[in-house]
Design a protein around this ligand. Structure first.
Ligand SMILES: *[C@@H]1O[C@H](CO)[C@@H](O)[C@H](O)[C@H]1NC(C)=O
Ligand SMILES: *[C@@H]1O[C@H](CO)[C@@H](O)[C@H](O)[C@H]1NC(C)=O
Length: 173
């Protein structure tokens, strides 16, 4: 084979390998609902630290919440369970406008049982849609990367209850 023919064959092979690798990335889209209870006896989100002398609220700089919310398939709290959203929220803006969100999604549903996704990002709490990043995952989500949006879709302040819709888009594999 002539050297130029060899070279172009190599190029074609390399390009085929690159595109095969790109195709291999699988995109997963899902919607889950965080069932959140705050300030009630059976709360799933509880502030446990703050700067002395300041209020312990979502909009007070330095407040740290621990959370373990049930995640469901639908907005209804009695809809099928998907897993748990466990982690921390820290009011990280001096003016109280954003939270640092560090949440692990632990799947318990049939499709992803035992797998996790790691959410980390800034949630601008006064915006309708809050976009955060999905930095990694385990199990079926090894090497996952992507983003998630949060939108509060139900608020029942009398019962400290709210539901947050979370749309997740990740690529993995
Ligand atoms: C907390 O209690 C209320 C009232 O009994 C109930 O509706 C709600 O489902 C409970 N939340 C959790 C997370 O158990
Ligand atoms: C999240 O997904 C739902 C259902 O597909 C859609 O109605 C909603 O607009 C999405 N929200 C965002 C912020 O993309």
């Amino acid at each position: 084979m002539a050297p130029t023919a060899k070279l172009s064959l190599l190029l074609i092979l390399a390009m085929a390998m690159l595109s095969a690798r790109a195709d291999h990335h699988k995109e997963t889209n899902m919607v889950v609902y965080f069932q959140d209870y705050v300030g009630v006896p059976n709360a799933t989100g509880i502030p446990f630290a703050d700067i002395p002398g300041k209020l312990w609220t979502f909009i007070s700089f330095g407040t740290v919440y621990c959370t373990d919310d049930p995640l469901t398939e639908g907005i209804d709290r009695d809809s099928a369970p998907v897993g748990r959203g466990q982690g921390l929220y820290v009011t990280s803006a001096l003016d109280g406008s954003s939270l640092l969100v560090l949440v692990s999604i632990l799947f318990t549903n049939k499709k992803y049982k035992g797998s996790t996704l790691q959410i980390q990002g800034t949630s601008r709490i006064f915006e309708k849609y809050r976009e955060v990043s999905v930095v990694s995952g385990t199990g079926k989500f090894r090497f996952a990367r992507g983003y998630a949006t949060f939108e509060t879709v139900l608020v029942d302040s009398a019962n400290g209850y709210s539901v947050i819709q979370c749309n997740i888009t990740v690529r993995s594999g």
